[in-house]
Design a protein around this ligand. Structure first.
Ligand code: NAD
Length: 499
């Protein structure tokens, strides 16, 4: 679809796309597709106040009823899947099936959250005092600020929004300044669900604010925003995290990764090659869970590198809308420069680099690069740094202990995996002595998580968890209550205090 068709299918008006101060360019060919209006910084206080007003009534609605709005959102997303997926491709440069896959992930989290809306379970706890009942209940918290990165321009919003809504919280969303159109499209889709839901929903349940770090900062520093979920670079998190902590807010941080795969001698190499290629070059290496480090047993390293070089040679790079393309563009010139710089640094550290050059696949203003395979003599500082591009560093190991130590010896802790057919190795990798990451897989790559599990990572990845399992607890406050239904007033721990 042409970009004008995509935008009109999603209901954009000309005035929304023109006359603003923020230029939106497609990474596919560098063409400007819109000039959107930014939110004035001076409006942020009003926006936060409106969100608090929405909270006052939204929290009073029973959670399963709140779930009904999320169910409707899931329906609207199903209807809009093709157009929204195409806009993700246009604005973030993902290949068509990944653009559609991102919208599918939104639908999946809506389904998950609808079920969860009937399962915001608390506990009953045995009290040590006779005639007493102790329990734990979960309550809504208030406005949830959501700051998102360019590379998952819509899915990350939906992970946060579907759960925050069923938990009783309104949302203020600041998308990446590189991908505002997909956010505005989501707002329109959400509005359709809201209209169908009816008058129970307060105004301003979802507000989208457009702009850069200063607009994000207004959410980060406001005491009116008790939950701040921020997805992006570790650099961003290192600014945002302490600011939220300083006002005793709750942050959910989803930051950079530096994900590794250990390939053991017993690995099914054909399967490993497929997993490596998808996770290292998919989304042009621009996933937080992209495979960046390959730790291969020395006895199979040359064979594996040979197979990977052959596979890399066959990958079609170019316009992500074209059938057969597997590697689309990097998001912008800055990303391409960062990739080239990392490769230069690796060379100076003794690397042997295969691929990695800029390519021009008939789309002159797009930023395309051949994926790079980089054989490293050791895990240098360059390897320990996340470069958001399709660079795969390859290192070798002799013992599993050494491989796990290498895997863990980076500042980030998002995703990890091992390819092995040896049960002892697999279980050791998943044990307390194994991977230190939030995600640890066996015989599948590090990227492409499912909605049902909690998603997030340790160390510089920020510690946040989103999406499945009990991630919903991040959007609620816990209350412990003791009820005395006896006629006595015993104190805990046997303390006596007679008056
Ligand atoms: P980025 O850090 O440049 O920007 C992310 C968002 O933070 C943007 O909306 C930006 O405007 C905002 N921001 C930046 N500085 C801010 C500040 N001081 N105060 C408030 N807001 C601020 O990241 P990016 O280039 O858009 O995305 C790529 C990065 O995101 C990679 O490091 C990737 O690993 C990470 N990422 C992590 C996850 C995860 O779940 N762990 C998911 C996607 C992306």
């Amino acid at each position: 679809m042409e970009h004008s068709q995509v935008l009109s299918a999603l209901g954009f008006s000309t005035s929304e796309l023109t006359g603003g101060t923020l230029a939106v360019r497609s990474p596919i060919d560098g063409a400007q597709i819109a000039q959107v209006h930014e939110t004035p910084l001076g409006d942020m206080e009003k926006i936060i106040t409106r969100s608090q007003a929405a909270f006052a009534s939204w929290r009073a609605l029973p959670a399963p009823r709140r779930g009904e709005l999320v169910r409707l959102l899931g329906e609207e997303l199903r209807d809009a899947k093709e157009a929204l997926g195409a806009l993700v491709t246009l604005e973030a440069g993902k290949i068509t099936s990944e653009g559609l896959g991102e919208v599918q992930e939104m639908i999946d989290i809506c389904d998950f959250a609808v079920g969860q809306s009937r399962q915001l379970y608390g506990l009953t706890i045995a009290s040590e005092r006779p005639g007493h009942k102790m329990s734990e209940t979960w309550h809504p918290m208030g406005p949830c600020g959501v700051i998102t990165a360019f590379n998952f321009p819509v899915a990350v919003w939906s992970w946060n929004t579907a759960l925050a809504l069923i938990c009783g919280n309104p949302i203020i969303w600041k998308p990446s300044e590189k991908t505002p159109l997909t956010a505005l499209a989501c707002q329109k889709i959400f509005q359709k669900a809201l209209t169908r839901f009816g008058k129970d929903a307060p105004k301003h349940l979802l507000q989208v604010v457009i702009g850069g770090a200063d607009i994000g900062d207004a959410l980060v520093t406001s005491r009116g925003v008790p939950i701040l979920s921020a997805t992006g670079s570790t650099r961003m998190g290192s600014v945002v995290g302490p600011k939220v902590a300083a006002r005793f807010g709750r942050s959910i941080l989803e930051l950079g990764g530096n994900n590794a795969m250990i390939v053991a001698p017993s690995a099914d190499l054909e399967m490993a090659v497929r997993a490596i290629v998808f996770s290292a070059v998919g989304t042009a290496g621009q996933r937080c869970t992209s495979l960046r480090r390959l730790i291969v047993h020395s006895t199979i390293k040359d064979a594996l590198v040979g197979k990977l070089r052959n596979a890399y040679d066959s990958l079609k790079i170019g316009d992500p809308r074209q059938e057969g393309t597997l590697i689309g563009p990097l998001v912008d010139e800055g990303a391409l420069d960062a990739m080239q710089l990392a490769l230069e640094n690796a060379r100076s550290e003794g690397a042997r680099v295969h691929g990695g050059s800029k390519v021009n696949e008939g789309v002159p203003a797009g930023c395309y690069a051949a994926p790079a395979l980089v054989e490293m003599p050791e895990q240098s500082e360059t390897v320990k740094t996340e470069t958001f591009a399709p660079i795969l560093y390859v290192m070798s190991y002799e013992t599993l202990e050494e491989a796990i130590a290498l895997q863990n010896d980076v500042p980030q802790g998002l995703s990890s995996c091992i390819f092995t057919l040896n049960m002892r190795e697999a279980e050791t990798f998943l044990s307390a002595l194994g991977s230190d990451c939030g995600i640890a897989n066996v015989n599948i790559g590090p990227s492409g998580a499912e909605i049902g599990g909690a998603f997030g990572g340790e160390k510089e990845t920020g510690g946040g968890r989103e999406s499945g399992s009990d991630a919903w607890k991040g959007y609620m406050r816990r209350q412990t209550s003791t009820v005395n239904y006896s006629a006595e007033l015993p104190l805990a721990q046997g303390v006596e205090f007679d008056i």
